[in-house]
Design a protein around this ligand. Structure first.
Ligand SMILES: *[C@@H]1O[C@H](CO)[C@@H](O)[C@H](O)[C@H]1NC(C)=O
Ligand SMILES: *[C@@H]1O[C@H](CO)[C@@H](O)[C@H](O)[C@H]1NC(C)=O
Length: 113
């Protein structure tokens, strides 16, 4: 019974606020060079215009257009490089931001013989 109430309360909170969460696929934060990653803003309200942004050592609040293939609130990154290491989040047109996720891209491990 208590579980049911908690569930109702949680969905109520999600519906009444205008927010989005960033989903990373595959679901991990460590990647190797040349992998593909897709990032999407799971949103309550698509008219708010969520886009994926990132901070890296070279960029600040850079939109997906500048470093990936953007499609609405979806962003894909093919062929990751170590410079893609950074903090990623979703931001709406009005400046609301989701929580952020740190992604790390490492170079391939080279085995010398
Ligand atoms: C959805 O977002 C738009 C634009 O930000 C806002 O005007 C509208 O009130 C929002 N609707 C809901 C149900 O949150
Ligand atoms: C991104 O960088 C800007 C400028 O340094 C900073 O204000 C902002 O908090 C950073 N965002 C995240 C999610 O770390």
């Amino acid at each position: 019974m208590r579980g049911t109430w908690l569930l109702l309360l949680t969905s109520e909170l999600l519906w009444t606020s205008n927010q989005a969460g960033l989903t990373v696929s595959p679901s991990r934060s460590q990647f190797f060079k040349d992998e593909s990653v897709s990032l999407s803003c799971e949103e309550d309200n698509s008219s708010a215009g969520w886009t994926v942004r990132r901070n890296t050592t070279r960029e600040t609040r850079a939109e997906c257009d500048e470093w990936g293939q953007a499609a609405n609130s979806f962003c894909s990154l093919t062929g990751t490089v170590p410079l893609d290491t950074g903090v990623y989040w979703c931001e709406s047109r009005e400046g609301a931001a989701s929580s952020s996720i740190q992604l790390t891209v490492s170079g391939k491990i080279r085995l010398w013989s």
